[in-house]
Design a protein around this ligand. Structure first.
Ligand SMILES: CC(C)(COP(=O)(O)OP(=O)(O)OC[C@H]1O[C@@H](n2cnc3c(N)ncnc32)[C@H](O)[C@@H]1OP(=O)(O)O)[C@@H](O)C(=O)NCCC(=O)NCCS
Length: 301
């Protein structure tokens, strides 16, 4: 499969290995390796767009090839559909190039979705946070458990979405992240959480990230963001207040705040909102890609 070609077929890799590459600024970039059991090329088939990567077999390989009617038939199976929704979002998130943003105080940052393979960098950023910041973030001092870190990078982009802020001076270096996790019983509500490494706090990153989460949430159909913060966490409460958050005590010492996702998005100027909306639309709506793709009888390719 070649980048740029029309995507009229997908492949199920049954045996062997394949490399997934893309040309970035004239150079071939290795994106991932696919092993037996992988589905390849399905996004282009579903979205009717040219292929966004090249797939090359690295060993002798056996693959089953199908066209759109076959893919849509497979998607009738609820388990396949569920897996595909998450896979599609994850692939689109990988595809997104970091977005350069200048904060109101002139600080340049890069923004992209947090990916499961960011685990090490994420852990390194946690180690740059002071005990007090960790206490405010996790409600207990010290580093979170490894199981917690696993959970925090186990992003599915549908129910659990996170933005990562990178330092343009060292693009591998994470400075902050913010996430929402959708309420299992109410898909229109999601809980948010933030973490900014200490030396970058107070530059507007928290405010920016609440705005970015708001944009993504609206795209994903989340209307209400909720957050639980310690009563002494003045910076987080100040950020929530900027988006018109309504607060009440959840328990002594802990404040529960509810924020309209659209109001959070309004923290960003219209141009940036639009840029983020375009950047994330496909990721957060990949869940419905399979559902909105034309049926087999409409397929013309
Ligand atoms: C809370 C946190 C995410 C905020 O991020 P940030 O990048 O520092 O936030 P911003 O710079 O956008 O805004 C902070 C605001 O708090 C205000 N603030 C800071 N200290 C304050 C205080 N003691 N009292 C009142 N307001 C205060 C700042 O003035 C700023 O508002 P302004 O932009 O109107 O001046 C960050 O400080 C952090 O990661 N803290 C540790 C982890 C945490 O608390 N997570 C939240 C729990 S989920």
């Amino acid at each position: 499969m070649r980048e740029g070609d029309p995507g009229d077929t997908f492949a199920l890799l049954i045996e062997g290995q394949a490399d997934v590459t893309r040309v970035v600024q004239g150079r071939v970039q290795h994106l991932s390796s696919a092993a037996a059991g992988s589905i390849l090329g399905e996004l282009a088939v579903l979205s009717n767009r040219p292929r966004t990567a090249t797939i090359t077999a690295q060993t002798s390989a056996l693959a089953a090839i199908g066209d759109r009617p076959v893919l849509l038939q497979l998607l009738d199976h609820p388990i396949v559909l569920e897996r595909m929704r998450h896979l599609a979002s994850a692939r689109l998130a990988h595809d997104l190039r970091p977005l350069p943003v200048t904060l109101p105080d002139g600080t340049p940052i890069l923004l992209r979705p947090l990916l499961p393979e960011d685990r090490r960098g994420f852990d390194a950023a946690l180690h740059q946070m002071s005990p007090d910041s960790l206490r405010r973030r996790f409600f207990s001092p010290g580093q979170p458990s490894q199981a917690m870190v696993e959970y925090l990078v186990d992003i599915d982009f549908v129910d659990h979405f996170a933005w990562l802020v990178l330092d343009p001076a060292g693009p591998g270096r994470g400075l902050a992240s913010a996430r929402y996790v959708r309420d299992a019983g109410d898909h229109g509500t999601a809980e948010v959480a933030f973490g900014v490494v200490d030396r970058f706090q107070g530059h507007g990153i928290g405010t920016f990230l609440l705005g970015a989460l708001g944009v993504t949430a609206v795209e994903a159909g989340v209307r209400r963001l909720v957050g639980e913060v310690l009563e002494d966490n003045a910076p987080m409460r100040a950020v929530f207040a900027k988006a018109g958050g309504v607060s009440s005590y959840a328990e002594p010492g802990v404040i529960h705040t509810e924020i309209d996702a659209g109001a959070a998005a309004s923290l960003l100027d219209a141009g940036l909102r639009q840029e983020l909306r375009i950047a994330t639309h496909d990721i957060v709506t990949a869940a419905s890609l399979a559902l909105t793709a034309p049926g087999p009888t409409d397929a013309r390719d």
